[in-house]
Design a protein around this ligand. Structure first.
Ligand code: P6P
Length: 343
């Protein structure tokens, strides 16, 4: 029997072209920008796939056979994204998890891009899924300093996405108007193909995802919420299942598809939490909201935050709408160590 070949495949590039109607002013610029991001993701996927073979994992400072300084995977990934985005000619400023200051590009690019080139890279030696997270904002021509591009609420984000490098390479993108779609890299074509159209998050889940190794430092509100799903008081209600991978892209991807809650809360050790607003909190909060979920600090919508600096952190509970609303109800009652900025 002849294998069925589709000759009308929806690649990510075709998908972005078709969504130009959402961004009439984009005039194809977003397509070119997204092509640059795709190149970065394909490069990282290739390196992650080979990492253990070519001894790339976790190395820094080693000298390879050519006598060149061996770069760690996250440094390589970072360089690739910076070069690809700069070469696109569509980016004015960038914020990378790997670079202290805002990167300014020549020319009159219309967009700003925030990204974590290889989030979760500390797990890579163990073969745990890692990922790239990105957010696209409009460049504000009236910005007095490059940092001003980023002192805006997360709701200004135009497109957000992540690419997860695991048993397959999955890219999820949110382009606005409630549209969240998933693509899988077809290595034989070198194209991301639409495989998960119109992703919607279940309104309530059965999974909670948090690092309970921090529970000694949690405030009363967080402890009360986590206890409420571990030891439900309503007769006949089952406890939630615990799942925590420790790689945000993997934990969020599961939460997006299966529902439930992912949390990296504020605690007495780290009052601002651990995750970075611009290239972890905002993109993931945007994707969750666009898929019908929510994202809160406990008392404030994450997308209403305005980062004080480009590497500012925020506490985050994200996931199914009803689960996040339970968090907010709990935080409205019990004591919290949340700083004022997050209330
Ligand atoms: P912890 C990975 O280092 C990361 O930045 C996120 O990907 C992940 O959600 C979090 O940190 C895990 O942190 O403290 O639980 O190891």
């Amino acid at each position: 029997m002849s294998e069925h070949f589709s000759t009308d495949i929806k690649t990510l590039t075709r998908y972005i072209l078709e969504t130009q109607k959402h961004h009439p002013t984009a005039s194809g610029d977003l397509t070119i920008l997204m092509s640059a991001i795709q190149v970065g993701c394909k490069f990282v996927e290739s390196c992650v796939r080979k990492a253990s073979l070519v001894n790339l994992v976790g190395l820094a400072g080693n000298v390879n056979v050519q006598g060149e300084e061996q770069k760690k995977l996250d440094e390589l990934s970072n360089d690739m994204f910076i070069n690809a985005l700069r070469a696109s000619g569509k980016v004015k400023t960038m914020v990378s998890e790997e670079i202290d200051n805002v990167i300014i590009c020549e020319g009159d690019g219309k967009y700003c891009v925030t990204f974590d080139p290889l989030d979760g890279s500390s797990n890579i030696d163990a073969g745990v899924n890692v990922g790239t997270i990105f957010g696209i904002f409009k460049h504000n021509k009236d910005s007095k300093t490059p940092e001003d591009d980023y002192k805006v609420p997360g709701s200004d984000i135009i497109i957000a996405g992540y690419c997860m490098y695991g048993s397959s390479c999955n890219l999820v993108i949110a382009i606005g108007e409630g549209q969240v779609d998933g693509f899988t890299l077809d290595p034989s074509l070198g194209e991301f193909i639409l495989t998960h159209p119109s992703i919607r998050m279940p309104s309530r889940g059965k999974i909670y995802s948090a690092n309970e190794g921090n529970s000694l430092y949690w405030d009363e509100a967080t402890r009360k919420y986590i206890d409420s799903v571990k030891y439900p008081q309503t007769p006949g209600t089952k406890p939630y299942v615990a799942r925590y991978i420790g790689s945000m892209v993997a934990d969020v991807h599961r939460t997006l598809l299966y529902g439930g809650i992912f949390a990296y809360p504020s605690d007495t050790k780290s009052k601002d939490g651990k995750l970075r607003i611009l290239y972890e909190g905002f993109p993931m909060a945007y994707i969750c909201e666009q898929a019908g979920g929510k994202a809160t600090t406990g008392l404030k919508r994450v997308l209403d935050l305005v980062p004080k600096d480009v590497h500012a952190r925020c506490p985050i509970f994200l996931g199914s709408k009803e689960d996040v609303e339970d968090v907010e109800k709990t935080f409205a009652i019990y004591e919290t160590c949340l700083p004022a900025d997050f209330k």
